[in-house]
Design a protein around this ligand. Sequence first.
Ligand code: F6P
Length: 331
Amino acid sequence: MAIAIMTSGGDSAGMNPAIRYFVEHVISYRLAPYLIYDGLEGLIDNRIKRVNLSHVNGIIHLGGTIIGSSRSKRFFEYRYREEAYNNLKKLGIDKIIVLGGDGSFRAMDIFYNEFGVKFIGIPATIDNDIYGTEYCLGVDTALNIIRSSIDSIRDTASSFKRAFVIETMGRGSGYLALVSAITSGAEICVIPEMPYDLESKKKEIKRDVNSGKRYILAVVAEGTKKTQEIYNFLKDDIKMDTRVTILGHVQRGGNPTVFDRLMASNFIKHSIERILQKDCKGEVVVYKKSSIEFITIDDIASHQYKISDELIGLYKIDYCRDCEEINSISS
Ligand code: F6P
């Protein structure tokens, strides 16, 4: 019996550790591990290789994915899916572990319904925006890269009494920006999921600057397209010397953190156990309240991912400036 692994869509840190753990686990079951190169494109073009442990040595610390990834348009067409199936059939592969996002999982679901190839999807995207899971592989590394970048920006911002607008990735999701704003103490956070009110921020920030604050940080999610607006606000309304840093693809690279490596191992172990069960068809492994569960593609497709109110609540502290003034007078 043979099982293959593939990485699809945007790469994320944690994919390489997952590939390594996959090969180890599959071999421990006395099964044949295969790597599919370049995602769905490689599946169509038969870039599929049987491997052993020597092929995955020395990759646990690497970012990205050594087997490559793609966003395939061809896989939308039946004739290419049929080619992909014929490739798998020749090699005796009837099970695939797919690391990627919900688009890749939906594609695999169609593939399962047409050809019966079982799969488990492992949520892997820095956007952390897949319904049903609190965590997607790679988001911890991306957050740490953002944290370290903002720490560096703060150093130079405070030296020059400057404001910085830092734009994070995340597509339509504000998760990266929100967590980064909370953990970096940013004065402004703009994400698609949360309203913001520059008028009230203006008073707050002016007060901060007047009482000696040497820098202002604004974290803006790319999906809002508000980077320019926040820049104009800080420059024209707050009257601070302002710079913009678009973090870009730097957020997608870097060697995986301990948490992402551990979760890669956790997801792979459970996914292989599950895919070997008779009643498994196509499911997605998720991480909820510190435990592993499996959900169906229908469940994912019929729900919209939403940032938790609890997380938003961590940013929106109902801060009472007057109380602060009273406290400082009385101390
Ligand atoms: O989905 C991951 C992601 O990095 C998004 O945050 C970003 O908008 C997009 O991919 C960038 O895509 P590409 O690498 O194709 O430019």
